[in-house]
Every structure is written in structure tokens, then in C-alpha cells.
Write a protein of this length. Sequence first.
Length: 225
Amino acid sequence: MAKLYFRYGAMNSGKSTNLLQAAFNYEEREQQVLLMKPRIDTKGDTDIVSRLGVRRAVDFVVGAEEDLWEVFARERRKIEDRTGKAVSCLLVDEAQFLTESQVDDLLRIAIIDNIPVLAYGIRTDFQTVAFPGSRRLLEISHSLEELKTICRCGKKAVFNTRQVDGEFVFDGEQVAIEDGVEIVYESLCGNCYLQESGGVFNRTRRVLTESLATAYNSAPDPDFS
Ligand SMILES: [Zn+2]
């Protein structure tokens, strides 16, 4: 039985480089691979870009509303008809943006189609909360492997921080839209993250919890009203 592998890491931990290297290793052995990623914007960006300078177009993208297993079967047939070679591996970039049911499809591809799936993604967002696709991958993958990168202080970086126009921000949407502002991300260790965030790991969740507590405290007790 083939397996579903999740290789996760903070931003800039070499995920795309690792993916492109894995594809190269298969192809060097005359094996056929398929590369895919989720469609996350309308810009039509269909390249996998390694920071080391290697770039390669994916074979297909999948929208959030699409049945990944079905799309994969179609693309697999297409490439097998064209090349006469069976697909040996599916490689997934930006897997954090898949839906939960699409990650379930990746497991079906591994178990039922018997094709290994290597999924690469960021574990958590800039508020230290798991992306839906990553959460599901952490739940059901056969194999978890962390890709490591270094914080500015030299420790291992595990969290991602967001800067808008040069300022660290700890509130906002999980996926930021660059709307006339410059957004950059920096991977930090836990210590440096807390220094920048003022000691908070997840501001939105804390605000929600506090407003919930306020709501409970201010609600009239039905026994005494
Ligand atoms: Zn640090």
C-alpha cells in the first residue's frame, strides 16, 4: 500500500525546493510524476518556485469546490495516455490551502489507487493556528516530516509572522489579500514570536474567549431573575 506523506514547515523552510528535488529523483529513474497545487487566487499562478531559483509549472490546479480524486484520475489518464508511463507519485505544493475533504482524497489516492502522495505545506498561520488542509494532513497522514528553518536568533523557527508595510501584525484574515500594501512573512522561534506579539500566541482566539466570558458574566442568571 502506498502512503500519504506530509512534509510541513514554517515559511522559507525549503518546501518547494524539497518537492522539486523529489520530482527530479523520480524522473531520473524514468518514473512519471504529477505536480499539483490548490487554486488560491485568480492570478493564475501555476508555478512552483524554489527560493534557490528553480521554477516549474504544475501539471494541474484544483479549486476548493472541485473533487480532487476525480480531477486526479482525469489528469492521470491524460498523462499516461500521452507518455505510456504509469504515474508513480503525486506531489502537492501549498497543501495547507486544500479543503479537508480534498485531503481525504489524497489519502484515497494513496490507499485505493496505490500511488504515493507527497504533500508539502505550512503548518500554522501568522496567529499560530493550523490551516484547515494542514490540520487534516496532521490527522490522517501515514508519515509526518518537519522541514526546518532558522530564526533570526539562530534557534529553529516554527512560527510565521506577518508584516504589513514593515509593521508586525497579529490580527487579520488567515489568507491576506495584498491590496496596495506590502505583506511579508518572517519565520520565528517561539521566543522571538512572543517578543514581537507582546506575549500572545493567538490574539483572535483570546479576544473571542474574552468576549465569550463577558457575555456569560453579563447574562442574567435565570434562577434569580
Ligand atoms: Zn528566535
